[in-house]
Design a binder for this molecule. Structure first.
Ligand code: DCM
Ligand code: MG
Ligand code: MG
Length: 227
């Protein structure tokens, strides 16, 4: 069990060294995350490799008061990276994402390395803590897949929280199709199409809209867990 006084990344992330590290404090930054990958997790638990990663960071202040439908918060930080995977991309994933190992190699995209870890760390350190990653189906896909990639370079992150937006919609809209493309089609009038940046933008638009933003902020505060 973490000692509350233990030094944690949020002290480095923040300029304010007195910043609290617990989820007791309201989440100050939501970092929307989507990964494209070589396929789905296999039945034996083997995880796919990342082919593309998108993060969009929105301050708490940017998450509410967006009354115009389809208006993206004006102030955001973004990171988009392509990675050559170790594994081949399955035909289904290639069709969905337009990415193959061969194509990524052709464009000289490097494999997972410490520079990716560094880019993510420095990006997250720019954000005001507490910082919470938000991903659709993140608990079963994006968070474990990202964790496994970071493990490859022995990276440890402290004091970053996560929530799975699919669980938010499962709770508030039981018995309906809550896939990201379907939610975007229904509430925003366009379908996301499995490119990491587009999927993140769709999720930002959904959750910062007047329809969901206030309930989402409360739900996220109660359900955030350590990455
Ligand atoms: N994926 C897959 N087959 C599916 C759904 C997803 O192989 N039926 C993989 C490939 C995608 C990744 O999951 O790159 C993430 O999916 P999404 O774009 O929905 O975030
Ligand atoms: Mg996704
Ligand atoms: Mg996607």
């Amino acid at each position: 069990i973490r000692n509350k006084k233990q030094k944690c990344d949020s002290e480095e992330i923040s300029d304010d060294s007195t910043a609290a590290c617990g989820p007791n404090k309201p989440i100050q930054t939501f970092v929307f995350l989507d990964l494209e990958a070589t396929g789905l997790p296999e039945s034996d638990g083997t995880l796919p490799d990342i082919t593309e990663l998108a993060m969009t960071a929105i301050a708490r202040q940017g998450m509410t008061g967006n009354s115009v439908k389809g208006a993206i918060p004006r102030i955001q930080d973004k990171l988009l990276l392509c990675l050559t995977p170790q594994k081949d991309v399955t035909p289904t994933a290639e069709k969905m994402t337009g990415l193959s190992k061969q194509l990524l190699e052709k464009h000289c995209k490097r494999k997972m390395d410490l520079n990716v870890d560094g880019a993510l760390r420095y990006f997250l350190r720019r954000q005001t803590p507490p910082v919470c990653l938000v991903s659709h189906a993140g608990d079963r896909f994006d968070f474990p897949v990202l964790r496994a990639e970071l493990d490859k370079v022995d990276s440890v992150w402290d004091c970053i929280y996560t929530i799975d937006s699919l669980k938010f919609f499962q709770y508030y809209m039981p018995k309906q199709n809550r896939s990201l493309p379907n939610l975007c089609k229904r509430f925003l009038g366009f379908e996301t199409d499995h490119n990491a940046e587009g999927d993140v933008t769709g999720l930002v638009l959904l959750l910062s809209s007047c329809t969901f933003a206030d309930t989402f902020l409360d739900w996220a505060q109660e359900n955030a867990i350590k990455f």
